[in-house]
Design a protein around this ligand. Sequence first.
Ligand code: AMP
Length: 560
Amino acid sequence: MLQTRVIPPAEGAYQYPLLIKRLLMSGSRYEKTREIIYRDQLRYTYPTLIERVARLANVLTAAGVKAGDTVAVMDWDSHRYLECMFAIPMIGAVIHTINVRLSPEQILYTMNHAEDRFVLVNSEFVGLYQALAVHLTTVEKTLLLTDAPEKTADLPNLVGEYETLLAAASPRYDFEDFDENSVATTFYTTGTTGNPKGVYFTHRQLVLHTMGVSTIMGSIDSVRLLGTNDVYMPITPMFHVHAWGLPYVATMLGLKQVYPGRYDPEYLVELWRREKVTFSHCVPTILQMVLNAKAAQGTDFGGWKIVIGGSALNRGLYEAAKAKGIQLTAAYGMSETGPLVSCAHLNDELMAGSEDERTTYRIKAGVPGPLVEAAIVDAEGNFLPADGESQGELVLRAPWLTEGYFNEPQKGAELWEGGWLHTGDVATLDSMGVIDIRDRIKDVIKTGGEWISSLDLEDLISRHAAVREVAVVGIADPQWGERPFALLVIREGHEIGARELKEHLKPFVELGHLSKWAIPSQIALVTEIPKTSVGKLDKKRIRVDISEWQASNSTFLSTL
Ligand code: AMP
């Protein structure tokens, strides 16, 4: 251990813990009149947000919530969710942001596993909650969240309705300091097998993540995404990694914030227009839904900056959004990482390059943000060179990564093997520090001894004019081990078959961008591609569907 100089603090020196409450205070200091907006239901300013957070803290405390308890929220994106993201951790409790899109069995599992004691339930989920209630082992009380005039519901041990309780509570609460390493948030991530796993983040981690995101997104000139004049609307649900932490950033910076409730593409476009939204973030499929909305046809979305993460951003979607005036920027992260790890960063060299090259770098996972360390390792854990060629598993260190899985020490130890967080993603790193995600390890297609990236193939296929959406998976093949199989959603008025797709891909093979084994020998034209609970391509489901179609010789399959 180095013998560094550590000076004990002067008597009375304030030991400043990094707590979420600090993030709340600055927004109103910058902008007193900026508004937080919930659909067409409610709008209020930052001083009111602070008051409402205090009121909620009083309501929860009076209901019996104590430091260390877990308080769960089942809601669509709302001002209430934002208030919960502050008030619950600020009284020392842990907010469990329930993924309401999981199956009822999975929701039940996560609630019992997280040991939820209090649950705030949107009236839309009352039926679901009633069905779960008898199996919940730790919940004591419920609170109703509703937009409807009816302010009650048949919920067990109901404390009352949110707005009614807030109105009656004191607007002042003396939020105490406590250990910055206290857990503030938790939520569950689903893998391809087994039960969902609980990740968790401390106050310190969330404060540092907030500072990290605002630096990455606010200070890099080549892709300046976020400034204090931006108008923020999430289109990543608040249950998906706290809407990627952006509500904390937006509040700290005092931005106008717009919460859209349940996502309806037509209504998202309407809100975008009405509130003059300039900054959002989402997974690619949600953006695709917005672009396909009736209200989006003929609309110029000029001035809308959208960060795309959670899945690879392919060039087809990038160009389609650009044609409508939307500036897309890719970012990379995962549930376990808070989530932000990296974001497109175009250095001087790339800015001086061609438009095509700039696009290539705007759609890659980007450069790790400040304080983030990234490396790639082989199967034995040896570090590989950052030469843009060597592929290995991406491993990470940063001060805001989950330090384990809740109550699953073995899985936590696997995640952190060798002192680095293992992402399960195959990537390259280049000399400029750019991370290029090649694929999830389990989605790489192994065919005839070659490894083919399903993401590469999706990107190249997305460039065909007929293709609106594409998913590629490896399907077992007796001769080759696996063969790539493409699922396509076609634009109206277009046609494509396996042969046309081959013609489209051939030039990429000739240019050396693609192995000839990567050309799918079979494709399926579908009207919709299955998605996960957070709107990503559901490759597990897709594989099952394909084997069923193959077994039944379905007519919409096109074979070379
Ligand atoms: P989740 O934990 O559900 O948010 O999923 C995280 C996973 O999404 C990562 O491990 C990646 O496989 C994928 N992902 C996130 N961002 C990107 C990106 N920019 N490019 C490619 N894959 C991404």
